[in-house]
Design a protein. Structure first.
Length: 309
């Protein structure tokens, strides 16, 4: 575990604010809960994250030039003086009143930002700014945005005490009522919520139990929704086939609000490793030595009684 990852587990950071409130595009309450308790795999740095880190210094230099100010690079994790579980790892300090955070965006995500010079930033970044200003006691948070590596934009979020107080209370409740108490947040439809349930209940130990309170409603709702999805998938495939027929040998069709593609896709080559082993006459003991037993998992399914044989 890296030093920064270990530090993140000791409190809530700016990037945890939106997930806790269910306003993040990428993470939810269960993700934050598992991370703080060490129940999730370490975060793997993506190529986009790597380039964001590499470009940070250059973006901050450009920001200083545009604003004609000196940016002091932040070198340590900041902690709220009253709420020590509130942490902030900001990018830079601006004079005595503000902070700056360097961001980079591709052409596919730039439409999530508003007009240059406004406070129209994505919700998760806005809450990150609110959190940072609370921890660092600053009046504004600037976002220095590099778009597609070639266009610079500046956004400013100013401090709002009412929003800040509400966020602090939400974070306090999450930290004390869930993380410290080791009480999972309410389940939702996210992958993280499913993984957390698999961590909490990794193995079936009872053959069968009577339906718990509310289970009948859940089961019937599940079967009803599954039936609707199957019906909608069938309707979707009918429409897709009608479109395929209309396109014929054309690869693309564009309209005012859509673009349909039926492209030529080359299937990747696949190696028949079983055949390779057989043709090479690999001894059985070598195969056995390099074969790893599969782990035990739990499979979830719900079927209507008339489908059970």
């Amino acid at each position: 575990m890296t030093r920064l990852a270990d530090e993140r587990r000791k409190g809530l950071g700016g990037t945890d604010a939106a997930p806790i409130l269910g306003l993040s595009r990428f993470r939810g309450p269960a993700d934050v809960y598992m991370e703080k308790l060490g129940l999730s795999a370490p975060l793997v740095q993506t190529e986009a994250m790597e380039w964001g880190n590499r470009l940070e210094a250059a973006i901050l230099v450009k920001y200083g030039e545009e604003q004609r100010c000196k940016v002091r690079k932040n070198k340590r994790v900041q902690r709220h003086p009253q709420y020590p579980w509130m942490l902030a790892h900001i990018d830079g300090w601006v004079d005595s009143a503000g902070i700056v955070d360097a961001k980079s965006a591709g052409l596919w995500s730039v439409n999530e930002w508003g007009e240059q010079g406004t406070d129209q930033v994505p919700d998760d970044y806005r809450l990150q700014a609110v959190h940072y200003m609370a921890v660092c006691d600053r009046e504004f948070c600037d976002f220095a945005l590099l778009v597609a590596g070639q266009k610079f934009r500046l956004y400013r979020v100013v401090r709002d005490q009412e929003i800040e107080d509400a966020l602090i209370e939400a974070e306090r409740a999450f930290w004390h009522d869930h993380v410290l108490a080791k009480v999972p947040p309410p389940v939702d439809g996210s992958e993280a919520s499913r993984k957390l349930l698999e961590v909490r209940f990794p193995k079936a130990e009872l053959a069968e139990i009577d339906p718990p309170e509310g289970f009948e409603t859940y089961a019937l709702q599940y079967l009803h929704t599954k039936g609707l999805m199957k019906e909608m998938e069938g309707q979707l495939e009918v429409v897709a086939n009608l479109m395929r027929e209309a396109m014929g040998t054309a690869e693309s069709v564009s309209g005012a609000h859509y673009r349909a593609r039926w492209s030529n896709v080359k299937s990747p080559a696949r190696t028949d490793w079983a055949g390779v082993v057989r043709d090479a006459a690999v001894p059985a003991e070598i195969i056995e030595r390099n074969t790893k037993a599969g782990g035990e998992t739990r499979r979830f399914e719900v079927r209507a009684l008339e489908d059970v044989s």
